[in-house]
Design a binder for this molecule. Structure first.
Ligand SMILES: [Zn+2]
Length: 446
């Protein structure tokens, strides 16, 4: 025994000296945390993973995140990560259940789940700052009790090795809910359909080589999603107060699935959500993921946006995911004008938070962010319906005083192309990099 350990040790030293990377990487952590609106933090899942450190966010960004209500700062002396904490679930559906005008809904979230990937080099004491409240977590203690954490059972997915180029690619992980073990081939078909919908959009097609699409199959006990039946005035999750539920062909179907996919979240029939904590736990099988999309195996139109997109297998639902991805990855603003009471204002003319790349309140031609796209003879502002790039009034939940670059765009309507400014923003985001996790393979014990 002694001899064997000695030999292994000798081998590891050799590998390290040779710089081959064959030596086992030190163990890091994949941690899912729940936070509530008071800033209370609770670990709900832990898995040991090999993950390399990413560049630390700048100090000014860390300080801003610690104070923000939409971001959370996790840090040790040697490592830091900023997690996005969206305040609302977004339900953005086509009025006709296919494409065109978006009918938006927002549901305030009282609790959030997010994943941290922490390299071993970070050390064991992580402080989490949210809403001005600081909580210190001991990774050693959490690791020791990982099997008793609430979502320990969601780690059943088999570990996937990251593609060799994962560190400098955008890794999109697609997870299915409501697929039985016998429906794995159906999941692969729906995965391919979703990817094809994305790749039918410029610039996703042209920059496809910058993206790794990966699927993760997790079997559910039953097929489909919950469809709570219509009941006027319903206030519980076992029924649906939305009159749209009266036309649901699967009304009353209640099934046992891996991620608890359900229609009628917050009494909005098409708002299909899953257990975000369980999905993030299962995603630990591919801990190098950069973005997650969940497909719910159900033919009825619906989905949701938030920290990640959810879309049913209905062919039109994938367009919801395309729009939501514009928010979660490209950080684009909505370009439609339906009011959003309480949404923070932005300004490109001084004072306040600068507007997202695809909207502005700047009407001085020379100062418009996308002025290099605007033809010299194009009037500013530009008349509705004009082809090409200009300054079109109506965007970001305002009919007036806020402008967008083109008449139509996937950030304004569903199942239409992205405008040129939004397309450019996606490409710039890919080139900016920094979202890639290196390593990320779960350890042998997982
Ligand atoms: Zn939107």
């Amino acid at each position: 025994m002694k001899l064997r350990i000695g030999f292994l040790g000798f081998l590891m030293v050799l590998c390290t000296l040779a710089g081959t990377g064959w030596a086992q990487q030190p163990q890091g952590h994949y941690l899912v945390l729940k936070v509530d609106r008071l800033g209370n933090v609770q670990p709900v899942f832990h898995r040991a993973v090999d993950v390399e450190a990413r560049p630390m966010p700048e100090k000014s960004l860390r300080e801003k995140a610690a104070r923000s209500s939409s971001q959370l700062l996790a840090e040790t002396a040697a490592w830091a990560e900023i997690a996005e904490i969206p305040p609302h679930l977004r339900g953005e559906f086509a009025a006709d259940g296919q494409g065109g005008q978006i009918i938006p809904h927002r549901v305030p979230l009282n609790e959030h789940y997010f994943a941290l990937r922490i390299p071993a080099s970070a050390g064991n004491r992580v402080s989490v700052s949210y809403l001005g409240r600081k909580t210190t977590l001991d990774l050693g203690e959490i690791s020791a009790k990982s099997s008793s954490l609430p979502f320990a059972g969601s780690s059943g997915a088999r570990s996937k090795r990251a593609a060799a180029n994962s560190a400098n690619r955008l890794d999109i992980l697609v997870i299915g809910d409501g697929y039985t073990a016998a429906e794995q081939a159906q999941f692969q078909t729906h995965f391919t359909n979703l990817r094809n919908t994305f790749l039918a959009h410029t610039p996703y097609a042209e920059y496809a080589s910058f993206v790794n699409w990966e699927s993760l199959f997790v079997a559910s006990n039953q097929s489909g999603a919950d469809h709570p039946p219509y009941q006027a005035g319903c206030t519980t999750t076992s029924c649906c107060a939305d009159t749209a539920a009266q036309d649901d062909p699967r009304a009353g179907l209640i099934v046992d699935t891996a991620f608890d996919g359900t229609f009628c979240t917050a009494q909005i029939h098409r708002l299909v959500t899953v257990s975000y904590g369980k999905v993030l736990a299962a995603a630990s099988a591919a801990p190098h993921w950069d973005q997650i999309i969940v497909i719910v195996n159900d033919p009825v139109y619906g989905g949701a946006g938030g920290s990640f997109s959810v879309a049913t297998a209905n062919e039109w639902s994938s367009h919801i995911a395309v729009h939501e991805f514009g928010h979660t990855f490209t950080r684009l603003a909505d370009e439609y004008t339906t009011p959003y009471p309480g949404f923070p204002n932005c300004s490109d003319t001084g004072g306040g938070y600068p507007c997202e790349v695809n909207v502005t309140n700047q009407t001085d031609r020379s100062l418009i962010k996308w002025n290099y796209w605007i033809g010299a003879s194009t009037p500013i502002p530009t008349s509705p319906g004009t082809t090409g790039i200009g300054l079109f009034e109506g965007a970001r939940y305002q009919e007036t005083g806020m402008y967008r670059p083109e008449h139509t765009c996937a950030m304004r309507n569903l199942a239409v192309p992205f405008c040129n400014v939004c397309s450019q923003a996606y490409v710039m985001m890919l080139y900016a990099g920094g979202s890639g996790f290196a390593g990320g393979r779960t350890t042998a014990s997982s």
